[in-house]
Write a protein that binds this ligand. Structure first.
Ligand SMILES: Cc1ncc(C[n+]2csc(CCOP(=O)(O)OP(=O)(O)O)c2C)c(N)n1
Length: 365
């Protein structure tokens, strides 16, 4: 079905307000709601909580959307907020890793468990039909169930449920530096014995593509937002090596509290780099709230010793060598332009092989 038609039937049924974190399977749906009452939250738990606040203040049921990998972030407020206060929420969950559908390794386990997890937390769920008439019926009975019981309901959305439309990705900022330029420059100036922990999505794939030695890279293909925590622990245990954390704005925002922990530990071999394109590029370039934030000030305020922000190609050569030379905890924000990365290669090694090679290199075996 067309996402537009589905959004229309949502509207007819009084579902007009949306909270969530983007997912590539929901791309055309997200495009349709981008000019509606839609809030993209840093993580899926925030979306659940904002949805509860919306219900408290309007009495209306919000729509909460996410990729199934976000269920982990959402479960606490689902169970200890929405459930105990009997606040009904309508969930739209993109089903990555659906059994028998080819997908990436990080989605495999979550895909098998998605409906089991929903059933286990007593969240009634159905697979959303790709036929608009059937979807309408499903929606009406879900609404009736929610009204009657004050419980939540989830629609699980399979790949290609929504027709792929030509949704023009909004090029929000047009900076000189591309993701490739930034990664190439980091690899050029980093000492050859450095290690890299990169974030979920295109950034890891770009690093993978441009690296001569991928055993120096820990490609955090899943667990969005946690690569800086991983890199922090490695930096604390390998003080003689430079550890580069290559973050994205969506990922950083998802679990930003960790920057206080990083600053409190202050490892001077930890090089925190943010490739800020102001959007969730890897899943369709939906805006994060990075455009209103001043990351240099935030990181400085959190306790990082040195902070830099750049947005010009020439600055890569001027600032990167100094940033790398700093003997204190330092942060570098590189403002980059969004860039479709559909053609970027995916790692040819499994996550377990990546771990093995990385550990052997890191631990000198
Ligand atoms: C918990 C969780 N929620 C959502 C996703 C889907 N997802 C994968 S990459 C991505 C966007 C990441 O954005 P950013 O960190 O800014 O990097 P960019 O894609 O812009 O390079 C999202 C939302 C996920 N993998 N995990």
């Amino acid at each position: 079905m067309f996402a537009k038609d589905f959004v229309n039937i949502l509207k007819e049924s009084d579902f007009e307000t949306f909270f969530g974190v983007p997912d590539s399977l929901l791309k055309s749906f997200l495009f349709e709601i981008s000019n509606k009452e839609n809030t993209i939250t840093p993580n899926e738990g925030n979306a659940v909580a904002m949805g509860c606040g919306y219900y408290l203040s309007t009495g209306k049921i919000p729509v909460i959307y996410m990729q199934n990998s976000g269920l982990g972030n959402a479960i606490n407020p689902i169970l200890s907020l929405a459930d105990i206060y009997e606040i009904p929420l309508l969930f739209i969950v993109g089903w990555r890793g659906e059994p028998d559908v080819k997908d990436e390794p990080q989605h495999y386990k979550q895909g098998i468990l998605t409906r089991k997890i929903l059933n286990c937390i007593d969240l009634k769920n159905e697979i959303l039909s790709n036929d608009i008439k059937k979807a309408k019926k499903q929606l009406l009975s879900a609404k009736e169930y929610m009204k009657k019981t004050n419980k939540s309901f989830a629609f699980v959305v399979k790949k290609n449920t929504f027709e792929i439309e030509n949704s023009t990705e909004n090029i929000f900022q047009d900076f000189e530096i591309s993701r490739k330029d930034a990664i190439e420059a980091i690899l050029k100036y980093a000492p050859k014995d450095s290690f890299f922990v990169s974030t979920t999505g295109y950034i890891s794939r770009e690093l993978y593509k441009n690296s001569k030695d991928n055993s120096r890279n820990f490609l955090t293909v899943g667990s969005m937002g946690h690569n800086s925590s991983i890199a922090l622990s490695i930096a604390l245990n390998k003080k003689d090596k430079l550890i580069f954390c290559i973050d994205g704005d969506g990922a950083l925002l998802m679990h930003m509290g960790i920057i206080g922990t990083i600053a409190s530990k202050s490892p001077n071999n930890f090089k925190h780099i943010l490739l800020n394109n102001f959007v969730h590029d890897s899943v369709g370039a939906q805006r994060t709230c990075a455009d209103i934030m001043n990351f240099s000030k935030i990181f400085k305020g959190a306790g990082y010793k040195k902070v830099y922000t750049i947005d010009k190609l020439a600055q890569l050569d001027e600032v990167l060598p100094q940033f790398i030379k700093d003997k204190e905890l330092s942060f570098l924000e590189i403002k980059i332009r969004p860039q479709n990365g559909k053609n970027l290669p995916r790692p040819d090694k499994t996550p377990v092989e990546n771990k093995k090679n990385f550990m052997e290199k890191l631990n000198g075996k």
